[in-house]
Ligand binder design. Structure first.
Ligand code: HT7
Ligand code: ZN
Length: 880
């Protein structure tokens, strides 16, 4: 396949300003009649008769009719290939014209879940990135913006609800036109939009309804639809939607623009959700929430995703991307906005720590692999492969750095100017950067590097304190990542900094943002009285690896006395990382791992027994660094010694701190039992999070009393959070309790697909000797299906991403199993298969034997005939 290059961007030859779509809906076959108002892109630039061909995108469509201004086209006037329809320039009128196409598609056979497809009991669409071309022929690119109207007709019994973007104009029955038993609806969206934001849903849905009064006094009707059995699980999302609408008005002055906002929950969905104008479509996993099927983390995710999709209405829909290389323009910015919203709704520190943990586990790992790319990629084969942690999460970090450099008010000024300049347009990341610069009178030219360089830079910090001169100097030196090349120009890095008093009594010098723009710079601070300790990269103010040589004792000091909550957590994390990597090294050399260092035991004990105001922070401080983050911070990964080190530290801490763990567990559990109904508020979540962190440590002991505690929590569970934490903990023990817990949990969740996914995920992730054969068994159960992405992710995704020991088994069986899953899945759903294939991108950094086995699977995939271009792109790039 030929890659598309960012450098090759050119506007299209034609614009499409108006679209009318007429759908005759059927699950087996749907007919789409499209009337497109086409005109030359830039009429003024056209000369003579040299009319360009009109090349429309189209895939898997049967063309039934084609006419221009009512006259059918001669066969010689056009040609129809597998991915396009070309109308020769000579056959086109000189000015504007209406092109009509009539096509048929087969929704039930569309297991790729892109375009129009059938899920559960409904027809629905997914058009981003390039799915609209699977519905009708079109210039399927985001700079082609049109006003859409839709007429849809279908069987009233099977599809009582007919939805599309914008406002409902008319609904009724016209059997003479649509056939017996049919009904129809007409929708119109007044806002010009790119084709990727088109949506349609038709099916037997139920809904909840509410309304929201905007700050200018307009009433917006809010509906959330699902299949009938889930309608009781929609209230939480409705509340989250209203909170998002209010927050965007208060924080960014942005108001919703239509009179109707619809959300639909769909059970077969490739990603989390989709921001179609006025008709968001959600994966059920990101919208349904009831205490017995959703965990605390799920509640948090529902709130975050509802907010994310709602915020896209301005950052994505009103101002959209000129081309797909600019994806981070809308995604990075919208992730930044949803992170800020969630921080405001709960705890800023907890949210920041959780986000950075995720960034390091997923994005840093991607940046350390052959799949590394800048947040604005330079080329792609399959755009769907670029919905990555880099474009999303690192993209959000880049936006966060604007806010760090410009301050809250400056950032808001930049946003205001961005909307003023570009509302209704399709623009670039450069336009965003310019709005930020112009609104603040700043030169942000150097910031370009964050958009062009792949990889994670390293910042080395050294310091000197001259007590006599009362000066403190901090030297920062940035080293570009290998992926960017040693000669990559230096980046503009905001480093939030403060000085702490060495006696632990607080700050000697309050926070300021140092701007590192050179390869190396020294910042000297004056009037520094007394002994001090530097606090560097507070709040994780830039997405870099910070190297600051601290002793164990200094880290222990920071764990106790840092005034920045993020850095306080970071100190614990750094100490644990040091111990874990040391143990993994010893294991790789076949040396004994020894005892857990006393400094870490003491620090963890202090964290545990402290009566903290925020128990979530306490739980996070006790969380061990994860396998992926540890892997991305070493040159050569030895998977088995690394797994052994994590197990050793967990068990070692649990053994040494057992009395404290039991006591904190009991305290949190008692506090929880004293509450009435389930509530996902921050305090309740913190209580359960700390309790479950203790239970997880205790279960690592694999002793009779700790296993009994797991079973007691499982049997007495009052909500999914209680049950899942207990089941997960029990799923790692060696005795019969493991399968007993599995049976109890399975019985609780058998009728609820999302809860059943948790059972599958926990079983697939369980670190037991028989893991691989158990995963194969899971896949042979009647409730397993390769056509449902959530279930595939729950089993195969969880196995590759969480079951490190078996995935990386020395005989290569974990890799071979995964490769076969990729091949099988690729025939059904290339997007999901390509995501799974990413698990092989780590091969280069694995120790030689594992690396060779993994590489062999990539080579086998590369040789597999008929592999989709999505999966092939991931395989080829991984092998580069
Ligand atoms: N903007 C949405 C992206 C999306 C998507 C992309 C490719 C294939 C399927 C997809 N479903 C949704 C999601 C978001 O970031 O809001
Ligand atoms: Zn998004």
């Amino acid at each position: 396949p030929v890659p598309k290059l960012r450098a090759d961007y050119a506007p299209p030859a034609y614009a499409i300003k108006k679209v009318h779509l007429d759908f005759a809906l059927g699950a087996d076959e749907t007919t789409v009649t499209a009337d497109l108002a086409v005109e030359p892109w830039d009429a003024g630039a056209r000369t003579g008769d040299a009319r360009a061909d009109l090349v429309l995108d189209g895939e898997e469509l049967t063309l039934d009719a084609l006419s221009i201004d009512g006259t059918p086209l001669e066969p010689s006037a056009y040609s129809h290939g597998p991915t396009s329809l070309t109308i020769r320039g000579a056959a086109l009128p000189a000015g504007a014209f209406t092109l009509r196409t009539v096509v048929r598609t087969k929704p039930r056979l569309n297991t790729a879940l892109s375009g129009l497809y059938y899920s559960g009991r409904m027809l629905c669409t997914q058009c981003e990135a390039e799915g609209f071309r699977r519905i009708t022929f079109f210039l399927d690119r985001p700079d082609v913006m049109a006003v859409y109207s839709v007429r849809m007709a279908g069987p009233q019994a099977a599809m009582p609800v007919l939805l599309s973007n914008g406002n409902l104009l008319k609904a009724g029955v016209d059997e003479a036109r649509d056939g017996p038993g049919s009904h129809f609806a007409e929708w119109a969206d007044p806002f010009p939009k790119p084709s990727y934001l088109f949506a349609l849903v038709a099916g037997a849905l139920q809904h909840i309804s509410s309304s929201y009064v905007t700050r200018s006094g307009r009433t917006v009707t809010l509906n959330i639809y699902s299949e009938p059995e889930s309608v009781d699980a929609l209230e939480y999302a409705m509340g989250a939607l209203k909170r998002s609408m209010r927050w965007d008005e208060e924080v960014f002055g942005l108001e919703y623009d239509l009179d109707l906002f619809n959300i639909v929950a769909v059970s077969d969905f490739n990603m989390g959700a989709m921001e179609n104008k006025g008709l968001n479509v959600f994966n059920t996993a990101c919208v349904l929430a009831r205490p017995w099927s959703a965990t605390d983390a799920d509640y948090e995710r529902v709130e975050g995703v509802v907010a994310h999709e709602y915020f896209h209405n301005w950052t994505g829909n009103r101002v959209t991307c000129r081309d797909w290389f600019q994806l981070t323009l809308k995604e990075g910015l919208t992730v930044y906005r949803d992170q800020a919203f969630s921080a405001d709704m709960s705890s800023e520190a907890v949210k920041r720590i959780s986000d950075v943990r995720m960034l390091r586990a997923r994005q840093f790992a991607e940046d350390a692999s052959p799949l590394a790319h800048p947040i604005r990629p330079e080329s792609y084969v399959a755009m769907d492969n670029f919905y990555t942690a880099t474009v999303y999460e690192k993209g959000a970090e880049v936006i966060r750095m604007y806010a760090a450099l410009l301050g809250k008010a400056g950032f808001r000024k930049g946003m205001d100017l961005y909307f003023k300049r570009h509302d209704g347009a399709a623009v670039t990341c450069d336009d965003f950067r310019k709005a930020m610069a112009d609104a603040n009178g700043r030169d942000l030219a150097q910031f370009e590097g964050w958009y062009t360089q792949p990889g994670t830079p390293t910042v080395h910090a050294t310091w000197a304190h001259d007590a006599g001169a009362r000066t403190f100097s901090l030297t920062l030196r940035q080293v570009p990542p290998a992926a960017a090349g040693a000669s990559a120009p230096p980046l503009h890095v905001p480093v939030a900094f403060a000085l702490l008093r060495a006696d632990g009594s607080g700050e000697a010098l309050g926070e300021r943002v140092l701007e590192l723009t050179e390869r190396e710079a020294t910042f000297t601070l004056n009037d520094v009285e007394g002994e001090v300790v530097p606090s560097i990269l507070r709040g994780f103010s830039a997405p870099v690896h910070l190297v600051a040589q601290r002793t164990d004792a200094e880290l222990a000091f920071l764990m106790a006395h840092e005034t920045d909550a993020f850095n306080r957590w970071e100190a614990a994390n750094a100490l644990m990382t040091r111990v874990l990597l040391g143990a993994a090294d010893a294991g790789a050399r076949r040396e004994p791992l020894g005892e857990v260092p006393a400094v870490l035991l003491d620090a963890c004990r202090a964290t545990l027994v402290e009566r903290a105001a925020d128990r979530s922070l306490q739980a996070l401080a006790l969380a061990l660094p994860d396998f992926d983050t540890l892997s991305s911070s070493v040159e050569v990964v030895h998977p088995q010694p690394l797994c052994a080190a994590i197990g050793w530290l967990k068990k070692g801490l649990a053994a040494a701190l057992k009395p404290e763990l039991l006591s904190v567990y009991a305290q949190c559990a008692a506090d929880d039992a004293a509450t009435a109904a389930y509530s996902p508020d921050a305090e309740s979540i913190g209580r359960r999070r700390l309790r479950d962190a203790c239970l997880s440590y205790l279960s690592a002991l694999d002793e009779a009393d700790t296993t009994a505690l797991c079973m007691q929590q499982l049997k007495g569970a009052r909500c999914m959070t209680d049950a899942l934490a207990a089941f997960s903990a029990a799923s790692r023990v060696s005795g019969p309790a493991r399968l007993e817990a599995s049976a109890i949990f399975a019985d609780k969740v058998k009728d609820d697909p999302l809860a059943l996914d948790k059972w599958y995920r926990t079983r697939a992730a369980a670190d037991v000797p028989s893991a691989l054969s158990e995963v194969r068994e899971l896949m042979s159960l009647p409730s397993f299906s390769l056509t449902n992405p959530n279930r595939v992710r729950a089993v195969v995704g969880a196995f590759t991403a969480l079951n490190h020991k078996t995935f990386h088994k020395e005989d290569g069986s974990g890799y071979a199993f995964t490769a076969q899953c990729v091949i099988d899945l690729d025939k059904i759903n290339p997007q999901v298969a390509a995501r799974l294939a990413r698990s092989f991108s780590a091969w280069r950094r694995l120790e030689p034997a594992s690396g060779a086995l993994m590489k062999a699977q990539l080579e086998q995939l590369q040789r597999t005939p008929g592999l989709s271009r999505n999966t092939l792109e991931i395989v080829n790039t991984s092998l580069q």
